[in-house]
Design a protein. Structure first.
Lengths: 193, 193
DNA sequence: TTCATTTTGTGACTTAAGTCAATGGTCAGG
DNA sequence: CCTGACCATTGACTTAAGTCACAAAATGAA
């Protein structure tokens, strides 16, 4: 089991050796090939997933059949569907590996047990949620800037690495614009500056 | 001190009499007139605010001077700026009372103490965060539906009460469209159906 | 009731982005 | 080296929504 999870948890709380042993009991290591799905629309998501290596996208397909990417998940991030995970309802999302990836998964049952018996995990989870909420809010704020080129610039600043690893049509989908529009935006940026 | 807070907490966790006494020690009751601000851009937000009665809006002013409404807060909801509250950084938001309102506020210091000594509050806070994250995500999803009338219909379904209490130009701002567009959308709905 | 302020509605015009369709590039597998 | 799948670009055209300007309601304080 890779150390990335422990390292990330340590960014928030103190971890003793016995805590690590506990974590190792609860998490399962899993490898996925590029193109594999963690889950799809209609599934009940009873796992939480920590990305160890690779890259994931979470997207939804709307009534016109168009994909909208909600989130990319890089190593060290969590992915999944919190709503489905906590409520037990089926999900509307798809989570797909965009590269060969390694993850750690934990079932809802184990998750609840862990929260129950390990105060450090409770604390970690809380801080994770707080930061998650803030960053989802920031994502929402970015959609307010109506201008397409502005949105693209903002993404370049916050997640330059994602641009290198993901086809442009997915970037467009993440930013809420057509791939043609993104193409033109990029073109203008080269010519103008 | 009104009972709404206790009632809301009870939706998530069990509350004993002594818990209530504890809460009463930590929260402060406050009244605001219509037009008053909880805080403004540039302030450090070291309070969390529970809405007891009335109505609030959280908005941001972008580089063109345009307001974008992030959230309305009805009685029983929390408002403020979580990012600023947890990090201590200054906020970019404005929170304004849209009606004469009553709130309960708690300082960051008290908040942390409460989390520390009252497990029920920790639990409540966690569940609140989980639900908050899910609903912010849903708000983000709604911005993906490109069509203006669709967005308006969706708001009518989820928060019909807000429509009654808030001027239309604020609804437009919340939905990310100009007030003229909203006006036309509403008009078409009357004529078509 | 009156008057000022705030809010909403409409028409004319502009503009940013979407759509459609064709083209060209890149890369992996045979 | 060829082929097909996938991805990006570009041009022509369409369309939804924004902007501007003005008028009409609605509201609320005096």
């Amino acid at each position: 089991m890779s150390d990335l999870l422990f390292q990330k948890i340590r960014e928030y709380v103190k971890l003793e050796d016995e805590d690590i042993l506990l974590l190792e009991k609860y998490f399962q290591f899993k490898m996925l090939d590029k193109g594999d799905f963690l889950f799809k629309d209609g599934d009940a998501v009873n796992h939480a997933t920590f990305v160890n290596s690779g890259l994931f996208r979470t997207y939804i397909i709307d009534e016109h059949g168009t994909e909208h990417i909600l989130q990319f998940a890089l190593p060290g991030w969590w992915t999944g569907d919190l709503g489905s995970f906590i409520s037990g309802a089926t999900t509307k999302f798809y989570v797909e590996a965009l590269e060969n990836s390694e993850v750690l998964t934990i079932t809802k049952k184990s998750w609840d047990e862990l929260l129950d018996k390990a105060p450090f995990y409770l604390d970690y989870h809380r801080k994770l949620l707080e930061r998650g909420l803030v960053s989802t809010q920031n994502r929402l704020l970015e959609t307010f800037s109506t201008d397409a080129s502005h949105k693209y610039r903002q993404l370049m600043e916050t997640f330059p690495d994602i641009l290198q690893r993901v086809p442009l049509y997915m970037i467009a989908s993440y930013l809420g614009m057509s791939r043609e529009t993104l193409s033109r935006v990029r073109n203008q940026m080269v010519n103008k500056k």
